[in-house]
Design a protein around this ligand. Structure first.
Ligand SMILES: NC(=O)c1ccc[n+]([C@@H]2O[C@H](COP(=O)([O-])OP(=O)(O)OC[C@H]3O[C@@H](n4cnc5c(N)ncnc54)[C@H](O)[C@@H]3O)[C@@H](O)[C@H]2O)c1
Length: 289
């Protein structure tokens, strides 16, 4: 996509963090914005602030875990703006699974994280791809995964598994779209640590999937400090440039390149992996944000 003025961008998880930053970047390029988020108060506040800044914004309360909700989002988008050119499947949650071994992760965490992080993207593409393909216009889908979707080890196993799935699904989209010589492009966004509310995801957990939290014995391992983290605006700038350049992998930092290389090396050598232990890993993450 080269022309943005007057085009339409739909952004899930658009009320805050990376989603909001993408909305603001696209709006500055003249796009009409559809913000979709489950958190009504934040959604309305962001929409109000963006309109005050002179942007054209539609806010639609959306729960990406429900296919029906995405259907309503598409209907309202088409009724208001008549088209969709950019879709960011960005809504995501981070269950408190950083330190527990994967077999101890509660089923509620698996369901919640898979529902939002994986099924959210599945519902997004199943709803919007037919609309974008039929339009015959240049369009672009951005699926938010994470560097956690390319790396591995004992930490954040539930979150990591959902994000690995998003990378795989996005690669399949890319391959199919090229085979079809389609005008629709796709990128997979893989940030390191970004200054957002992701570690307070519990605010959006549905009651029926109330978590029991990380077992106390793992809680002394510390947390990832946010002060060195990348700003959402920097991530959004990279996404915008990737759309223009038709770049598929949007890996926002080179800070994890050694870890990516190590993993590929072990795979290619058929060698058992030597993942860093969890303390080393989180120390590394604090430096390589
Ligand atoms: N912040 C980071 O360090 C980081 C790193 C890599 C990837 N990511 C990914 O970036 C994406 C955006 O997260 P963020 O960091 O901006 O965090 P955030 O918490 O600031 O934003 C996430 C947004 O998703 C919304 N959301 C949650 N559940 C939803 C649902 N069921 N339906 C619709 N919306 C829902 C939240 O209300 C929130 O506005 C996520 O997919 C996250 O996994 C974040």
């Amino acid at each position: 996509m080269k022309n943005f003025k007057g085009r339409v961008a739909v952004i899930t998880g658009g009320a805050a963090g990376i989603g909001r930053a993408m909305a603001e970047r696209f709006a500055r390029a003249g796009m009409k914005i559809v913000l979709a988020d489950v958190e009504a108060a934040a959604l309305n506040r962001t929409a109000r602030e963006m309109r005050r800044a002179g942007h054209e914004v539609l806010a639609v309360r959306t729960d990406v875990t429900k296919a029906r909700s995405l259907g309503v989002l598409a209907k309202k988008t088409l009724a208001e703006y008549g088209a969709v050119h950019v879709l960011c499947n960005n809504a995501g949650v981070y269950p408190p699974d950083r330190f527990s071994p994967v077999w101890e992760a509660p089923l509620e965490d698996w369901r919640w994280a898979l529902d939002v992080n994986l099924y959210g993207v599945v519902h997004g593409i199943r709803t919007f791809m037919p609309i974008m393909l039929k339009s015959g216009e240049p369009c672009h889908v951005v699926n938010t995964a994470s560097l956690a979707g390319m790396l591995s080890g004992s930490g954040s196993p539930v979150y990591g598994a959902t994000k690995h799935a998003v990378v795989r699904l996005s690669e399949a989209m890319y391959a199919s779209l090229r085979e079809l010589k389609s005008k629709v492009d796709v990128s997979v966004l893989c940030p390191g640590v970004v200054q957002t509310g992701i570690f307070e995801s519990e605010r959006n957990r549905p009651g029926k999937l109330r978590g029991i939290g990380a077992p106390a014995k793992y809680k002394d391992l510390g947390s990832i400090p946010m002060q060195n983290a990348m700003s959402p605006a920097d991530v959004a700038e990279q996404v915008f440039n990737a759309i223009r350049a038709r770049q598929f992998y949007v890996i926002t930092t080179t800070g994890y390149d050694d870890a990516l290389r190590d993993r590929m090396h072990w795979i290619l050598k058929r060698q058992n992996p030597q993942f860093p232990d969890i303390r080393t890993m989180y120390k590394r993450n604090s430096k390589a944000v």
